[in-house]
Design a protein around this ligand. Structure first.
Ligand code: ADP
Ligand code: MG
Length: 702
């Protein structure tokens, strides 16, 4: 033990070796929001502003105005009208009065707003028959000559642990220190846009004369500059990644005549749709080239992506390479596994299965098979990219439902994959990468925005599908829904009943599912009703799933573990309880579990009121369309850009300020400028990317 170690916890650390200062809760909260460097703070922009630069005389206030006023407290009392409330009466310099009402308050409220005090208050005013009133205004004590703000007050997006005032201070001081010198060579910034320094100064602290509406709708030139900057950084990083990738080597793969690829095609129980054929060719074209593929295969739920993936895998195996296929959940991985085994084992391919729950000897056997190259195809969850898994000759990696993989996992994947590939005469090689997603992005958008991603789209469903009818029910009509289930089951059909995931309370979630399970069991005597939830041991989950897949079980009550990819064509009724708690794309994914066979399918959305406006729009969208592209568009509309904080953390949305549709002209300017910067001013390009993307650059490539 080193001598200088602190002898006992009760002794404070010696001054010679100060302990690193503990981070305060707001500091931690800032880090969580990605606000680490000065530049990160400088680029954290207000959601809106409050005008604290002037005082409104009370007699000029109109009902519904949000305003600031000032006056003397002439009365303060606590009253019980149903509940305890604090009522404070204020009189301004012109003698007009205002009642402040606090339904929640602390003793400090009363102290600050004591009779005789001069107070400045801000809030929404109600002017009614009984006079003027503000509920829960912000307030502070002032003197006769306390100055007013000289610029609009920014209101920043923040989180619960990070008080607005703390964040405001941190940003104001970071803004002074942040390196904001122009990095773009003269003449490269579109005409009429201010410098970045002026832009940020202005956007954080706009003068009172700035039009609030142009600030808030982001049409102001300062916003244009900022969005241009962001798009440029994004284009630079994408185009740079694309150039780097073009320099990398990858295995060249072609199907052999009479090989697996041909055999698989011949063995399939159906013919490929035109769209499947087209995308399979696009993928085969990439695989036959010596640069690593980086392709997104998108297609609505049920459009048949798995078989396209299997064909790509067959090409890789024909050329003597291993292929890894990864899915976000065990159930989904297992389903792929079964399907692929069904298709490929009869053709003599050994498929290995690696997930977190495959343990002990079985796991070792799989690991050995992957490492020796004996297993040509390795299917699993992200356990596949764990460190212990080694591949002999990994040539193609396929990730299903790609949006469910986190940033960290995608990074690990890239690193992992690179070591599974032998060098090509000393040149390092990377495997080809195929990502699949049922959450589509519009094609034109994908092509302009994701410069480093090729996109294949399956825009056609296999024939013989009958459309899914979606119906929305209030929860009072649960009995009717149960009758529908009884009828479907009596017809030999199968039914899913999905209960929502309540994130804060897994226990509650489970209770809900368990109760529904019991209720349905009692309502359907003689039928097997199963229960599937995230906390069950894997083996049990697998057992339930296989009973359902084989048709022995008629009803499956599940939490969202079945959200993606599950494929049981005989299931024709999907009931989603508390549908209002699900996001739109999640509902669409769930609904996609039915409508996979030839019988007409129904999706019943049960909601518990009262519905919020977004809740209503979501359910309406679900009832009106089954087209995944349309759903994605509406989802964006409904959620709006305001949700970027959450999205940014999950890494789902990469742009904070620019809107790809609205700002298309800025995007084309940025797109055209990027190659010139990369070629002629690489240093400026580098600075621009660092400024905006910092440590996220790596991710943007993945
Ligand atoms: P997803 O795109 O949602 O992953 P799947 O790959 O699970 O869809 O395919 C959905 C179902 O359609 C599966 O049962 C699959 O075997 C079937 N299928 C795929 N392609 C065709 C086709 N061309 N003709 C008929 N059925 C098909
Ligand atoms: Mg799928």
């Amino acid at each position: 033990m080193p001598e200088a170690s602190p002898p006992a916890p009760s002794v404070p650390p010696s001054p010679a070796r100060p302990a690193a200062p503990a981070k305060s809760a707001p500091q931690k909260a800032m880090e969580k929001l990605g606000l680490v460097r000065d530049i990160d703070l400088a680029l954290h922009l207000p959601l809106r502003y409050e005008d604290e630069t002037r005082l409104t005389p009370l007699d000029q206030a109109r009902d519904g105005d949000t305003l600031q006023c000032e006056g003397e407290v002439i009365e303060s009392r606590i009253e019980v009208r149903g509940r305890r409330q604090l009522l404070v009466k204020l009189r301004d310099d012109h003698g007009a009065q205002l009642l402040l009402r606090f339904l929640h308050f602390y003793p400090s409220h009363q102290k600050t707003l004591a009779v005789g005090v001069r107070a400045r208050v801000r809030g929404e005013i109600r002017v009614g028959f009984f006079g003027r009133e503000m509920v829960h205004p912000s307030f502070r004590q002032v003197g006769e000559d306390t100055p007013l703000a000289t610029s609009l007050t920014p209101v920043y997006p923040t989180s619960a642990q990070l008080p607005q005032a703390y964040l405001r201070k941190a940003i104001a001081s970071a803004l002074k220190r942040a390196p904001l010198d122009e990095v773009l060579p003269a003449g490269m910034v579109p005409k009429g846009l201010p410098s970045l320094r002026d832009t940020l100064q202005f956007l954080h602290h706009p003068p009172p004369s700035a039009g609030l509406s142009t600030l808030e709708d982001h049409t102001h030139p300062a916003w244009q500059r900022l969005k241009f900057e962001e798009l440029l950084a994004q284009q630079l990083s994408q185009q740079r990644a694309q150039r780097e990738r073009a320099e990398l080597r990858a295995p060249v793969m072609r199907g052999r005549p009479g090989g697996l690829h041909e055999q698989l095609l011949a063995a399939l129980p159906f013919a490929l749709t035109g769209a499947q054929q087209r995308v399979a060719e696009e993928i085969a074209f990439n695989l036959a080239r010596p640069q690593p593929m980086h392709r997104l295969l998108q297609g609505d739920v049920g459009s048949g992506k798995t078989v396209v993936a299997a064909l790509a895998a067959a090409v890789a195996m024909d050329a003597g390479w291993q292929c890894a296929l990864m899915a976000p959940t065990e159930i989904l991985a297992e389903q792929h596994f079964r399907k692929l085994i069904g298709w490929l084992e009869p053709l003599g391919v050994q498929v290995a299965w690696i997930t977190g729950s495959v343990k002990g000897k079985a796991r070792q056997k799989m690991l050995d098979a992957a490492a020796s190259g004996e297993a040509k195809l390795i299917v699993g969850t992200h356990a596949v990219i764990e460190d212990k898994v080694r591949f002999a000759r990994l040539g193609l990696a396929i990730i299903d439902e790609q949006h469910r993989f986190g940033v960290a996992q995608r990074l690990a994947l890239r690193r992992k994959l690179a070591d599974g590939v032998p060098d090509d005469d000393g040149q390092p090689m990377e495997p080809h990468l195929l990502m699949m997603s049922a959450t589509p992005i519009p094609r034109t958008l994908a092509m302009t925005y994701f410069a480093d991603l090729d996109v294949s789209t399956i825009d056609e469903l296999p024939p013989g599908r009958s459309p899914i009818v979606t119906r929305v029910f209030a929860d009072g009509r649960r009995d009717e829904v149960i009758e529908k289930i009884a009828a479907a089951v009596a017809d030999g059909r199968q039914v899913y009943w999905v209960c929502p995931l309540i994130e804060e309370s897994e226990a509650l979630d489970l209770k809900n599912a368990t109760e529904t399970h019991a209720e349905l069991g009692a309502a359907l005597p003689g039928q097997q009703v199963g229960l599937l939830h995230g906390r069950m041991p894997t083996a049990e989950k697998a057992a339930v799933m296989s009973l359902f897949s084989s048709g022995q079980m008629s009803v499956l009550v599940a939490t969202t573990v079945i959200e993606v990819g599950v494929d049981v064509p005989n299931a024709s009724l999907m009931v989603i309880e508390h549908a209002e708690r699900f996001g739109l794309s999640q509902l669409h994914q769930l609904r996609g579990r039915v409508g996979r066979g030839s019988v007409a399918s129904v999706c019943v959305l049960i909601y518990t009121g009262p519905l919020s406006d977004t809740g209503k729009s979501r359910l309406r969208a679900m009832a009106e369309t089954t087209d995944g592209f349309e759903i994605a568009r509406r989802d964006l509309d409904i959620r709006g850009p305001g949700e970027f904080m959450g999205a940014r953390q999950s890494g789902a949305q990469l742009l904070r300020f620019a809107d790809l549709q609205e700002d298309a002209p800025l995007l084309s300017a940025a797109r055209a400028l990027a190659p010139r910067l990369l070629d002629q001013h690489p240093r400026a390009a580098q600075l621009q990317v660092e400024r905006w993307l910092g440590h996220k650059t790596e991710y943007l490539k993945a």
